[in-house]
Each structure stands twice: as C-alpha cells, then as structure tokens.
Design a protein around this ligand. Sequence first.
Ligand code: FAD
Ligand code: SF4
Length: 510
Amino acid sequence: MKKLRLILGDQLNLQHSWFQDCDENIIYVLAEMRQETDYVKHHIQKVVAFFQSMRNFYTTIIERGHQAIYFHINDSENPQDLEKLILFCIEKYSVEKFEYQLPDEYRLDEQLRRICSQLKMNSEAFDSEHFYTTRNELSDFYEGKKLLLMENFYRNMRKKHHILMDGSTPVGNQWNFDASNRKKYKGEVPIPAAKNFHANVSTLVVQINEAGIKTFGNIDENNFSWPTSREQSLAVLDYFCSHLLKHFGDYEDAMHTNEKFLFHSRLSFAMNSKMLSPKEVINTVVSFYHANETYISISQVEGFVRQILGWREYIRGIYWKEMPNYSQMNVLNNTNKLPDFFWTGKTKMNCMSHAINQSLDEAYAHHIQRLMVIGNFALLTQIHPDEVDSWYLGVYIDAIEWVEMPNTRGMSQYADGGIIATKPYVSSGSYINKMSNNCAKCHYNVKEKFGDKACPFNTLYWNFLDEKKEYFKGNQRMAMMLNLLNKINPEEMYKIKIKANEIIENMDSY
Ligand code: FAD
Ligand code: SF4
C-alpha cells in the first residue's frame, strides 16, 4: 500500500521509529509553506533556522535511502498550504494511506484532524516520540487538584524516570537547589564564547526575501550561529557539557550587559525542532556530571534537569490541558498596545534596550530577560496579552506556540489567573539591579519612584499593584506587596500614578 507521511518543520526527529527501515511504498513530504511563515511575523533567523534544518533533514533521509519530496518556498508547484499540499501529493503519487505525527500545536492538530476526516482513504496519527510525557499525562497527574504546582510534577518525573535519584532519595538529598541558582555575575569566572557554526545562509535569505515573506530582526548571513542539523545540535550539547555546565546553575538568573548567553545552553531550538530529544539531552548531561563530579556540583546539574524534565514537560502539559481557552485568557483585562521600541530597540531604559536589542540581533534572550525584564515591563504597562504573545511567538528562535504561550500569557503575563504562576512576576527596578549591571549605566535612577529620572519600573510597579489590588486582595502570596503598597502615603501615591500614566501614554519616549 502506497503511504504518504507528513513531516512538519518541528518534527525533525531522525531517531523516530519511522526512519528505522526504508520502504519503497512510503513517501515522506516536507514543505516550506506560507501557511507557516505568515500566521505571525517571525524573526528572520527563525525562518532561516527552520528552513535550513528542514533542508538538512531531507538530505539526510534521502542519503539513508528513504523516498521523500521537498517543496522549497519558491517552487512553482509548492501549494503553500497544508491541506492543498496533502491533496496534491495524494493525487500525484497515487497514495492509499496518509500518516502524520501528532503535532504540538493546537492549530495544526485541529487542521490535520479536519483534513483527515475529509480524506477518502485511511489516515493514522503517530506519536512524535519526543517528550517524556503524553499530551494528557499532566492532566491525569493533577486530576482533582486545585493548585498545579510544578514542583510536585517535577518530583514525580524525577522518581518515575529515575533521574538524579539514589533509590527513592534525590541525589544531594535535596529535590531543588533553586536557592543556590541566583548569583549575580560580576566577571569572576570567564564565559566561553557561544558555539557558532559560522554558516553562510545568504542564498536562503535571498529566497525568503524573493518569496515576499515579511520578517523582522537582524541576521549575519555569513555567520549563522544556530545548529541546523543533528550533528550540529549534538555539538552544541557537547559544548554545553564541557564548557558551560559547571556554572549553569549558579548564574541561571543573572544578567550582564556584556554577556548575551552567560552559561545558558542555547539548546531550545535543537530540542523544539526535535533534532535532539529531551531524554538524550538529560542523559548526556547527567552522565557527564557523574564522570566529572570532582568539579561539577549537583546544584548546576539539578538546575538544568529541572528546566527540561520539569518546566518543559509541565508547560506542554498545561498547554494541552487548557487549550483552546487558554489563548483567549486575559483575567487582568489589560488592553494597551506594545510600544514601537519592541521592534526597534530604541529606549533609554538600559535593561530593556539590552534585552530587546539582543532579541532582535540574536533571536534569543534567556529566561530572566524574557520574564523579569521584557515580560515584567509588558505586564506593568498592562499590554494586551495577544500583543505580547505575538511578539514572543515571532521573535525567538525557539518560539512554538505550545511552549511560547503558557510561558508568555501564563507565567509572564498572569493572563491565565494563576494556572501557572501563583503570583504575577512583577518587580520594581531593584530586582533588575540585584541581578544585573544594567542600572549602573542607565539614563534612569533605580532608587527613584517619580520625577524625571525615576526608574520607570519603580513607578509602574506601584501603579500596577494599586490598579490591580482588588483582583489580588485574596492572594496570600501578594499580601506582603499589598501591605507595602498601603504604607505609601497618598501624596506620594498621587505622584506615582500621574507619572505612571504619563509613561504608559508615552512609552516610546522612555
Ligand atoms: P537554558 O537556560 O539553557 O535551559 C535549558 C532548557 O530548558 C531550554 O533549552 C528549554 O528547553 C528548557 N526550559 C527552560 N525553561 C523553560 C520553560 N520555562 N519552559 C519550557 N522549557 C524551558 N522556551 C522555548 O523553548 N520557547 C519559547 O517560545 C519560550 N518562550 C518563553 C517566553 C517567556 C515569557 C519566558 C519567561 C520563557 C520562555 N521560554 C521559552 C523558556 C526559556 O526562556 C527558554 O527555553 C530558554 O531561554 C531557551 O534558552 P536555552 O536553551 O539557552 O535555555
Ligand atoms: Fe532598567 Fe530601571 Fe535599572 Fe534603568 S534603572 S536599567 S530602567 S531597572
């Protein structure tokens, strides 16, 4: 029976059982489609990374003897749309059965189900064989529970998969070393240069531009740094183990104006495109740790394992538990628009300037920049979560809706009413000052709450708490912040509010 097997751009899993044997009756299809480039405006590096990785994947499966077809973005026969693509291939290759791997995005899941229900032939969906958990495992785990605390899920995952465990005891006698993962970086240890493949992607950039795809952000076409094949992805993992792991946990939350990547792994694109599996990443890192315990401490490794075994699987589970309603949530009724400087990087706030310009230059910012600088500012200025979501979904190399949306709309913007975060991740400038060197060279003064030179984060923070105090009044975790708010005298509060409104109305001049 002639079968057509679809491979989406984020399903580049060479280890999948589909590729264990060659079968001349199976034909694989990959396509660069306008449907996927146009649902949001993407960073140029993100489009390049996906197309280049898809092209490399296609070459590898052909070399291994599989039958496959590939549609480049400018091919005249490219249908540019998933349904048309499937129908076109079925007819052209006299296909008798259609098969696909379960997509990670709700949008594509719905579309593929609908297409299959209308096909006049059998179709079958296969697991993508990537995650530790199934789509519904998190829902089952929390069944009947009100609070979906990540920590409980994470401990269960450690036990279930026997990762960093001594029998039933966690290695190091502690589940969580979060408290030792909060060092400020002051240049005390050198940071190795980020792994860069120096690839020349200029031809691909020309093709993307000729196709008329609208992108944003910057790219060095002769020096493309992201991994776009399994070999390169494995090289990034290897580099992380041998150069970065030993300080990963310590500086996980740090920010520094001269250091874009610090000790972060830059593995998210390789994993989200499935060139690497989370299991092999964790197994490699844990084995490396055991072989080098003399100089790598458990707190570095546990911090890393928690991000992937804990947060990454948890976020995916929340996505499938809560979609499609999640994408509409806006419990704080925020309605403002993103300022233009999110697209230009032109702002006098040093922390925002660094985080946004880095995002535009590298299609990357690390977790704390995304959460406590950019996301913090967006929440304090009460931007509509749809606007924030679109920006995050477009700008980051690793942004795919299943992982972007719960992180952005949920963890960062609290638009889900606390499904993920028990309190909003908002802070004044003092947190940014504590974790970075941004404030020392800023136009604004991190100690001031109002006045011309006051740090906008300070003004906006107290204003946000004041505006949302009714919503948060029953939240125990907000009690201390609201108590402090009550202690601000009315005259001072009046000045804060006038200033905050002025900032919100004129964000682009700050
Ligand atoms: P490292 O710091 O080296 O961490 C290792 C790995 O842990 C990452 O590669 C990633 O796979 C995983 N991880 C860490 N934190 C998370 C998390 N919160 N959720 C899921 N996985 C996590 N991650 C994405 O992959 N795609 C996104 O679109 C995305 N959007 C985000 C939006 C916001 C507002 C926030 C706060 C976080 C977002 N994250 C997202 C999570 C995290 O910021 C990135 O995974 C990380 O910065 C990627 O860089 P890295 O590979 O160097 O990570
Ligand atoms: Fe950011 Fe305020 Fe510090 Fe400036 S002073 S870098 S705006 S936190």
